[in-house]
Design a protein around this ligand. Structure first.
Ligand code: GLA
Length: 395
């Protein structure tokens, strides 16, 4: 059995056990939704731009079954089987415990779209590393939306809408002003590919990732601190820069206009805008390069992306810069490396030819120390399918 299959089998077992212990029965359905890693196109999604993420083989599984008439009862397998219970037709009531807000937020978002979930019993388990920038929350939101919709027979919903429901839940109820990238690739990713997403039209294109190129995620060991406030600050700066240029979103200007219409735009706002404008172009160019397996171009684009995040968008931290440099110096033009995700800690993503994977792993283990003096966690990801209903497996 492959590691991906074994990992999923373990999750399924945990989901069923939690379900059985809490509700004394078997679920009717299991739904899985993956986390993601973004190859390039950072902080471009909320600027209506382009991103190139792939779904990964770390995921959230929701087991769902019939419950009381008008009650949603949930057990969180990863939090000591803690439980929550609420009336899905009542308005959203904020909870102190974050995972509860995700469940209640998805239900409230569905309600606001006229999609009324009835009663259900749910067990949630997941193996997406948390606080790493691999979108454990998005995978949970999408899994919940799909599980509830399928269970309640709301089959007019397509994959994009699951993503929008999960994003709305984060934006309006959990309190995170994220864009659409994470949820959309969790809902619509395709195995073996990266997804070029136009975050304005929500059109997608899939680009095969060559088999001999490994998607390697290295967790710096730096938990992402101050994420929300810094993330929101960047969003506001981008919106103000778009206003300066007289456009709906920074997606609407190119490098020429960036310069020609700069006028009195201050240095910080200009650099924020420059990151977004150049990063959009890089995401599209990287999809083209990947499609023809042009590793040198990919390598250069990822390097430029990291520099732009470091110098213009200012979302990297010194330890991550050094990790990127360590890996990048070794890879040269054979592969690419950059920080991935919202920033201020979290992970680095590298595209590494499988032939030198062991050397790169050894290099990171020997040459990088996490803040507490340990080794970085290295996660080799398989580009995976988006959310799906799993065939029911016997207990
Ligand atoms: C977080 C958000 C995404 C995106 C990235 C940065 O992951 O959830 O919407 O903005 O940061 O690219």
């Amino acid at each position: 059995m492959s590691i991906t299959v074994t990992r999923r089998a373990d999750l399924i077992k945990r989901a069923k056990n939690s379900f059985r212990d809490a509700f004394n029965g078997k679920p009717d359905m299991l739904v899985a939704a993956p986390g993601r890693v973004n190859l390039i196109g950072e902080h471009t999604d909320y600027n209506d731009g382009f991103v190139l993420p792939c779904a990964i083989d770390y995921e959230t599984i929701v087991a769902i079954g019939k419950g009381e008439e008008a009650r949603i009862q949930v057990v969180a397998g990863d939090y000591d089987n803690a439980t929550d219970s609420f009336d899905p037709s009542a308005g959203f009531v904020h909870q102190e415990t974050e995972w509860m807000n995700h469940v209640r937020g998805v239900v409230a978002s569905m309600n606001s779209r006229g999609l009324t979930a009835g009663g259900a019993n749910l067990a949630i388990v997941g193996n997406v590393p948390q606080g790493a920038g691999l979108s454990s929350s998005a995978s949970m939101g999408v899994a919940l939306a799909k599980a509830l919709a399928e269970h309640c027979g709301l089959n007019q919903i397509d994959a994009t809408e699951y993503a929008l429901i999960a994003q709305q839940s984060e934006n309006d109820f959990v309190g995170c002003a994220c864009g659409i990238m994470d949820q959309l690739v969790s809902a619509r990713g395709q195995s073996g590919t990266a997804m070029l997403l136009d975050c304005r039209s929500l059109e997608t294109g899939f680009v095969a990732i060559p088999d001999d190129l490994a998607v390697v995620v290295v967790h710096s060991g730096i938990e992402r601190g101050l994420v929300d406030s810094a993330y929101n600050e960047r969003r506001n700066q981008c919106a103000l820069a778009a206003t300066h240029y007289g456009v709906t979103a920074l997606r609407d200007i190119d490098s020429d206009r960036l310069i020609s219409d700069r006028r009195d735009l201050d240095d910080v706002s200009f650099r924020r805008a420059r990151h977004v404008v150049t990063e959009n172009a890089r995401a599209v160019a990287a999809a083209d390069a990947l499609a023809v397996n042009d590793r040198e171009t990919l390598s250069v684009l990822m390097k430029q992306s990291h520099r732009s995040m470091r110098d213009d968008f200012e979302i990297t931290v010194p330890a991550i810069d050094s990790l990127v440099e360590l890996i990048g110096n070794y890879l040269g033009l054979r592969g690419g490396v950059r920080m991935t995700g919202g920033g201020f800690g979290g992970c680095v993503v590298a595209l590494v030819p499988r032939g030198i994977l062991e050397e790169v792993t050894a290099l990171v283990e020997g040459g990088y120390q996490t803040p507490d003096g340990g080794k970085a966690r290295i996660i080799i990801c398989n580009p995976s399918n988006g959310a799906s209903v799993l065939r029911q497996v016997d207990p």
